[in-house]
Design a protein around this ligand. Sequence first.
Ligand code: NAD
Length: 250
Amino acid sequence: MSARVAVITGAARGIGAGVARRLAEDGFAIAAVDLSADSCEPVVEEIRAAGGTAMGFGIDVSDEAAVAAGIDAIASRLGAPAVLVNNAGILRDNALFRMSTSDWDSVIGVHLRGAFLMTRAAQAHMTGMGWGRIITMSSVSALGNRGQANYSAAKAGLQGFTKTLAIELGKFGITANCVAPGYIDTDMLRETAERAGITLDELHAQALPNIPVGRMGTPDDIAAAVSFFARGEASFVTGQTLYVGGGPFG
Ligand code: NAD
């Protein structure tokens, strides 16, 4: 039997690349999606070198036509998507009074519209197979975070979106869950530090006292949670948000 296909958006780097590597180890064939197929080459090569199957696809998840064509290309070149990890994301942080309409629209566009478009296109294949896993990256910021009105709204919205997917798609053997990371050491965090005018080390020093396990998270920490939701044995777990932040409070 050929391997089930897992589609991971934002897979060129950071958490997405970690999830792609982990799901490849778990036996999935990987469709690594990012703004360009070229940017996915390093992770695709890494997975192939380890004996796995992977292909890179350039899809802007907020572009309806690109998503439709991209999911078709994945299905014909690799196989029907069985797992979708909605992970692509951007930040446009600013205090509310300074937040531009375009800062709002871009963040909602990539996170919420992107997850909607990718999920709507992928679920058509999953319902046909009677099996599917939709795993969406929320954030501890869903609970509110200064300077992130746009991002918090999107990440909280994704949790509501996920609960509704669980209700609508359960009867087709499809589960939908969110992983909500805390501070994870990726380029996104580097950008946060830059915008705040501090170094990454200073950002770590500010964050660490509030992380009970006493360290920053890694993409592998998040990939482990995604791996659980993607398993066959997780078929009775749906509509949930798992906070993975090194502490008990989202
Ligand atoms: P990252 O910035 O390192 O990677 C994000 C990836 O998404 C990039 O490769 C980027 O090119 C891609 N991307 C952006 N817009 C896209 C689009 N329109 N179409 C396709 N791809 C697009 O970020 P990360 O830290 O790896 O975060 C991954 C996810 O986890 C995001 O949804 C983020 O909001 C979430 N998250 C991250 C943290 C953290 O601390 N790093 C915490 C909570 C949640």
